[in-house]
Design a protein around this ligand. Structure first.
Ligand code: HEC
Ligand code: HEC
Ligand code: HEC
Ligand code: HEC
Ligand code: HEC
Length: 234
């Protein structure tokens, strides 16, 4: 009886196929592990908002300071999202006989309808939360903002975002990376909300690092960003 023999090049093909399958499985395992770590899941998260509010327009082009709207950021752990009244300062609707207030911007814009509805009914706008640490982590805005840490360190260039997304992992490694050596990343108090600030010291120039450290010492005194577990897990 005749037997069929595979040509010898098939052996190489079999090895190659085996390698391919192995690499594929490894790739999948790695992608799964890293792709689903809680720390990497949220970067880029950008839920649709009930009103297409643009930071690029308000904070970028119109140059409104972050604290005009996020009023509690220097005083409390929490950086409150503004109430409807803040928007109404500029976006009040048309009056009863169609007149608009002198200062009203886009008084009849459909995009602003939920704002006018909220002002009329007193029901807050249903803004969707973007950044959300696990409940077992303690965080405090005032502690950072008042010691020279800018919004941009943790939120990226919000002043260039049409719709806000999460820009940093906000993972434990991210927090600790700065806590181990925060001083080079601090800045003067009047530049905290200026996300475009570029006067950082040059790490390759010891003289500029030293000058920066002395300047920060003048503003904030001794800085010690703790890496003890109980600082953030209390
Ligand atoms: C005119 C008011 C206004 C100004 C000025 C403003 N914001 Fe906001 N901000 C809002 C509103 C409203 C929301 C909620 C809707 C949204 O996410 O866009 C928000 C949301 C955010 C969020 C996301 C909050 C979350 O849910 O996690 C961040 C971060 C933020 N702002 C940072 C900034 C920074 C940094 C600046 C200054 C560069 C700034 N904002 C200036 C009104 C403002
Ligand atoms: C200090 C004044 C001021 C405040 C406060 C303000 N805005 Fe505005 N907003 C403007 C101006 C000015 C424009 C229009 C810019 C243009 O059309 O060139 C605008 C445009 C808009 C638009 C686009 C409207 C359209 O039809 O194109 C939306 C949406 C909007 N703002 C939402 C908000 C929300 C939500 C708040 C409150 C969190 C808010 N604004 C607070 C000044 C303000
Ligand atoms: C050191 C990092 C860091 C800095 C600096 C920082 N934030 Fe945040 N921000 C966070 C984290 C983390 C959260 C999520 C907090 C949570 O879920 O408990 C957050 C949440 C927010 C929120 C949603 C409301 C809240 O408090 O949960 C707003 C609005 C906000 N930040 C605005 C700002 C503005 C404006 C600045 C600068 C003046 C700023 N942040 C500086 C890390 C930071
Ligand atoms: C860019 C630098 C930087 C980043 C990023 C950063 N921190 Fe800090 N953190 C600081 C500095 C500076 C202090 C103040 C140290 C001091 O007061 O001497 C501080 C203080 C703290 C404190 C003490 C607050 C208090 O009540 O005294 C906590 C809690 C904290 N950080 C949590 C976090 C968490 C959680 C994250 C990540 C989501 C984070 N930090 C990211 C620089 C940073
Ligand atoms: C500067 C703040 C900070 C310090 C200090 C800190 N952690 Fe964390 N920790 C975090 C943050 C932020 C997360 C992630 C929370 C999230 O995913 O929302 C986290 C998450 C964790 C988790 C959950 C698993 C994970 O990796 O996501 C464990 C366990 C943990 N921390 C243990 C510790 C221990 C043990 C220490 C002391 C050696 C410590 N942490 C110090 C901020 C901190």
């Amino acid at each position: 009886m005749d037997r069929f023999y595979f040509p010898s090049w098939v052996n190489r093909l079999v090895v190659l196929l085996g390698l391919g399958a192995g690499a594929g499985a490894t790739y999948l395992a790695v992608a799964y592990t890293y792709g689903t770590l809680p720390s990497t899941l949220n970067v880029g998260y950008s839920p649709e908002q009930p009103v297409p509010f643009s930071h690029q327009l308000h904070a970028g082009e119109l140059k409104m300071d972050c604290r005009y709207c996020h009023t509690t950021v220097e005083k409390s752990s929490f950086a409150a999202v503004p109430p409807t009244a803040t928007c109404i300062n500029c976006h009040s609707g048309a009056g009863p006989n169609g007149t608009t207030e002198y200062t009203a911007v886009h008084a009849t814009s459909l995009k602003l309808l939920p704002i006018r509805e909220s002002a009329r009914t007193g029901k807050p706008v249903d803004w969707q939360k973007i950044h959300d640490l696990a409940d077992y982590v303690y965080f405090n805005h005032a502690a950072h903002v008042n010691r020279g840490v800018s919004c941009v360190e943790c939120h990226g260039r919000v002043d260039r975002m049409e719709r806000v997304w999460q820009d940093k992992t906000l993972s434990m490694a991210f927090c600790l990376d700065c806590h181990r050596d925060p001083v080079p990343r601090l800045r003067p108090p009047n530049e905290i909300t200026n996300l475009a600030w570029t006067d950082q010291p040059d790490p390759s120039d010891p003289e500029s690092m030293k000058k920066h450290a002395e300047e920060m010492q003048k503003y904030y005194g001794e800085i010690h960003a703790s890496t003890n577990c109980s600082t953030c897990h209390r």
